[in-house]
Design a protein around this ligand. Sequence first.
Ligand code: PEP
Ligand code: MG
Length: 748
Amino acid sequence: MPERTESESRKLLGRLREALAESSAGQARLNRITDLTADSMQTEVCSIYLFRDSETLELCATEGLNQEAVHQTRMRLGEGLVGRVARTARPVNSANAPQERGFRFMPETGEEIYSSFLGVPIQRLGERLGVLVVQSKDARIYSEDEVYALEVVAMVLAEMTELGAFVGEGAALSARHMQPVMFRGTIGQEGAADGNVFLHEPRVVVTNPIADDPDREAVRLTEAVENLRMSVDEMLGHTVTRDTDSRQVLETYRMFANSRSWMRRMQEDIASGLSAEAAVEKEQSLARARLQSVPDAYMRERLQDLDDLSNRLLRILTGQGNETGAEMPLNPILVARNIGPGDLLEYGRRLRGVVLEKGSVGSHAAIVARALAIPLVIHAAGITSEALNGDRILIDGDQGIIHLRPEDNVANAFRDKILMQAKAQERYASIRDLPAQSTCGTTVRLMMNAGLMADLPSLTGSGAEGVGLFRTELQFLIRNHMPRRGELAALYSRVIDAAMGRPVIFRTLDIGSDKVLSYMKPQDDEPNPALGWRAIRVGLDMPGVMRMQLQALIRAANGRPLTVMFPFVAQFDEFREARQHLLDQLEREDKLGRILPSETRIGAMLETPSLAFAPKQFFEMADFISIGGNDLKQFFFAADRENERVRRRYDTLNVSYLSIIEHIVGRCADTGTPVSFCGEDAGRPIEAMCFAAMGLRTLSMRPASIGPVKHLLRRVDLGQVKEVIDGVFESGEQSARPAIMDWLRSQS
Ligand code: PEP
Ligand code: MG
């Protein structure tokens, strides 16, 4: 077979384009492609295998093999040479296929007479769609040019598959993006939502994979890359010098944008007949395939940067993107790879739910989703490539499950679930103004956690008796610069206004660990940030910021009561020092003639086991203690709260953990120090009930949990709950949960 030239490749693509433009049915188009490719490449056989489901490939069209085998011959992923191409996403090029390891003979196809075999993957942006194969009788290795030419045809096939070109009567394929798909992710925020996909970054659709004027395409590509370089330089110009992470990403962008080899490969793709968009996508697909097999995390990140850059380039070329903006559908459910807290806040309460491919339970976006009380599922791998704007989508935030384009029976069952939840909400609303009083007469104060202005409307709606934890760092996290004192004072003042006389506990800046401010980072990367320079440690080491925040709080109170607590206190001295800062600021503000708070209460968060064993004088000095169970639990069990592998390993109702809660309650009782619990567990009804049984009388939780927690507390006798727990302490069981659940069942 002669060496192929670029113009031959282009000729083939030209013929393919004509064939695809004919308004024939899907199967006829597939047949035409095998026919033209075999002819152009002068091989006896050309076949297309496509995925039936994620594990099975099916022969869907062939030129040269027995026609009866079409839609009959199937193989599993990894089986035979075709299966190997599909699994590895790499070409297989063999002069003597039957001798190859793993070769599988398919008698119905009549392929035994063909010696040489070349198979290339059909893939789009890392998504496997099938395998394209040529075979011939003479034993030979296909040249690099031929491999390349076949890859270009595979690329066009992938694009056309995406556009639904092979769907129709007698077709092998059901259209992509039309079938129901279920995703299993991680719970970010409970709740259920039924709505329509709204892509944060709409998927770019390439409608013109083949072009007839390579010169024009080359110019389009050059202009677009130039445009891209300029925008990267501009972004670099705007990046704060200290924000090393963003700079690093942008520097990598710049490196890729200026990469000659990247540009050269895309120019070659164009010369062989692809459009500029298809050339970008072809290189992007190859990079994604590499991404999946690179073991080194640093390299994976760099390839990810290239992927992001390719997306930007595609948006420039196609003019598609958020700016050109798909309309927000009715009941929008945001689907994104990841999203920053600022962007999410901007969408705000218009969203019915959020689904992310990345993110973490403690991420800022998750915190915002919680504040907005919208169901959130994270780690939904691959959803941004599957979902299209406007697709129906159901989120089950209670189980971390998503149904995309659901079948009717799934949608109906889901509707029942939403109805049940609505009924429960009605029940909670009916007890909103009643106390959380158990049947034995104990009353528990239920407060809410907040941190954003978006939280405040919940103060009235939820029936919270006040704000038990106001996370002030969220205001710092959603900005890219340090907020000014006046700005903060105004904001805190609005929070106190909204509380209308109910208490608000402001927690001073709790940054570090997972909450990193781009403009205030430790100089060196910390090997173990959760155990590192965070919260009060930063405050005491950089007192300027702490003083500024304390002044803002005093000014916000402006004659009203002020309650402040310091986060992550690990020993008495830290609390004493921080408290002294507040006392000093009160004195300073007084000297400046400002109105002081009518009363100032100063408390500490107990988030490390060490503080539970602090000297008695600590408990005497603190006006109140709040148990930060999220951190306390991670340090008590030495299990990272952000690590999916371990974070659920230890039950909150583990007897050891309940013992330390009881111990803290006891220490506070000795000195008459009020104590509350404000970690996430306070919002889980069973956990809240057990904490109340251990003696806690104030719980602070996300607003949506107040109804369910109150509902349960009002139905139980806490004395009996305590008896069950005491029984478990005696029994040697590890967790009180099974016994508690049995007891609850016996009550209904
Ligand atoms: C906690 O640790 O329980 C807590 C309330 O603080 P955060 O979740 O903000 O670390
Ligand atoms: Mg904490």
